[in-house]
Design a protein around this ligand. Structure first.
Ligand SMILES: *Cc1c(COP(=O)(O)O)cnc(C)c1O
Length: 430
């Protein structure tokens, strides 16, 4: 019974796949009464065997000395570490083939802790637009209160806007981070991750420090886009979405190298933005089916996108799978993305009234913001998630009044198509 107290990560000389590792990686039944599943360690604090052991644990936790060979950090207190948190983090790192992952109480906790860890007053963050509403508020309204400047560039317009933004930012201060969300929500505009990594390398020579390249990988990750493989430093996630996958938890993560994440880890310990044992346990359960769920969602989304594209009441569909492979954007997609994901937008013929009529007529697809759950959701970006952006800037970014965003779940695709068909039929009648 080698699995009882030993980790199985390869067989016949071949590394096990992430799908397989999700069932047991990092968990030893022998340490928990033989329980097949990892129990919930619902405890705030941990007993030391001796005062000397407690001293040693703190020395490592506070970085007062380097660990001895094979010495691992001991359990101290659940804001610092907890078995559920540690096992979850080990499994999250597997998908991105990263050295390390950190789990947070929300996607916004992950993003804000990461940016506060790498920015100091006078620094600049160069970021893509549009970004998630909460990230936009952090960048535009919160960071400036701490003397941190931000300069935005538009996603989906090639590498020119990135270069211009870096030039502009260089005049304001040290560029501490390049923060990008790709594909952008809800327009699906792409940012070239390798170009961002190259720009960061260039800044090392120019300003003497390399900015951290941080990618919000919530929409396609961790299955269909791997930012670390393209030279980026940190992938951030709202685990609330596809990873959690059942619309029943709020959580986040940062994934990357030990070096990139150590300051973020320290900041998390002090801000207390880690996730709790019960949420970590739910996320481990979700990770076991991540590949099954996300693959089915992607297949369903393709079916729905094709149906919408051919419907006379639909003006356009912003779906990555429809990019012209010969176009610049299509080539970037092929280099950077493995599948088009399952969240996209479409525009009906008409304006807000027509979009609302379709949303109100949907019966199976629920009218709610968020995405990545087993159930399909629809929302109106201009009136909901992106309503705090001035109308002019919204139009510039391409968020129009006739746009509907959908997150496709794992229902039977025929039922989803039937629902869209009957909802769109309301547009034909006066
Ligand atoms: C939802 C979301 C976030 C924020 O995550 P929370 O878990 O709600 O804090 C960040 N980025 C993207 C792309 C999101 O969709």
């Amino acid at each position: 019974m080698t699995w009882f107290n030993r980790e199985i990560t390869e067989l016949e000389g071949r590394a096990l796949h992430p799908e397989t590792l999700m069932m047991g990686f990092g968990y030893f039944p022998g340490l928990s009464e033989g329980a097949v599943k990892c129990p919930i360690f619902q405890t705030s604090t941990f007993v030391f065997r001796s005062a000397q052991e407690g001293k040693g644990f703190f020395e490592l936790a506070y970085g007062l000395r380097q660990p001895a060979p094979a010495e691992t950090p001991g359990l101290i207190y659940s804001r610092l570490n907890n078995p559920n948190l540690e096992i979850l983090e080990g499994r999250l790192a597997v998908w991105d083939q990263a050295e390390r992952a950190l789990a947070f109480s929300s996607g916004m906790a992950a993003i804000s802790t990461c940016l506060f860890a790498c920015c100091r007053p006078g620094d600049v963050v160069v970021h893509s637009t549009p970004v998630y509403g909460g990230s936009d508020y952090l960048l535009e309204r919160i960071l400036p209160q701490f003397g941190i400047h931000t300069v935005g560039f538009q996603a989906g317009r090639g590498n020119g806007p990135l270069r211009e933004a870096i030039d502009r930012a260089g005049g304001l201060g040290r560029i501490a981070a390049l923060y990008v969300e790709t594909p952008a929500n809800p327009t699906n505009g792409l940012v070239d991750l390798e170009a961002c990594a190259r720009a960061a390398d260039g800044l090392l020579a120019k300003q003497g420090s390399r900015p951290l390249v941080v990618v919000d990988n919530t929409f396609l990750g961790p299955l269909w886009q791997k930012p670390l493989k393209h030279g980026c430093d940190v992938a951030v996630y709202s685990l609330t979405k596809y990873v959690g996958g059942h619309s029943d938890v709020v959580a986040g993560a940062c994934v990357g190298s030990h070096k990139a994440l150590e300051p973020v880890h320290l900041m998390r310990t002090i801000l207390g933005t880690m996730t709790d044992p019960h949420t970590a346990w739910l996320l481990m359960r979700s990770l076991e089916t991540l590949e099954l769920r996300f693959t089915r969602s992607v297949d369903n989304a393709r079916r729905v996108a094709e149906f919408l594209r051919d419907h006379p009441a639909v003006e356009s569909v912003q779906y990555l799978g429809f990019l012209d492979p010969a176009s610049e954007e299509g080539q970037l997609y092929a280099r950077q993305c493995i599948a088009p994901g399952a969240t996209f937008s479409f525009c009906v013929r008409g304006g807000e009234a027509e979009a609302f009529r379709v949303l109100d007529a949907l019966q199976l697809v629920k009218l709610a913001v968020s995405l990545g759950g087993t159930e399909s959701l629809a929302s109106h970006p201009a009136a909901m998630t992106h309503s705090d952006i001035e109308a002019e800037r919204r139009a510039e970014i391409g968020i129009t009044e006739n746009m509907i965003r959908i997150s496709i779940g794992i229902e039977h695709p025929d039922d989803l198509i039937a629902d869209f068909r009957q909802a769109l039929a309301t547009l034909a009648s006066p």
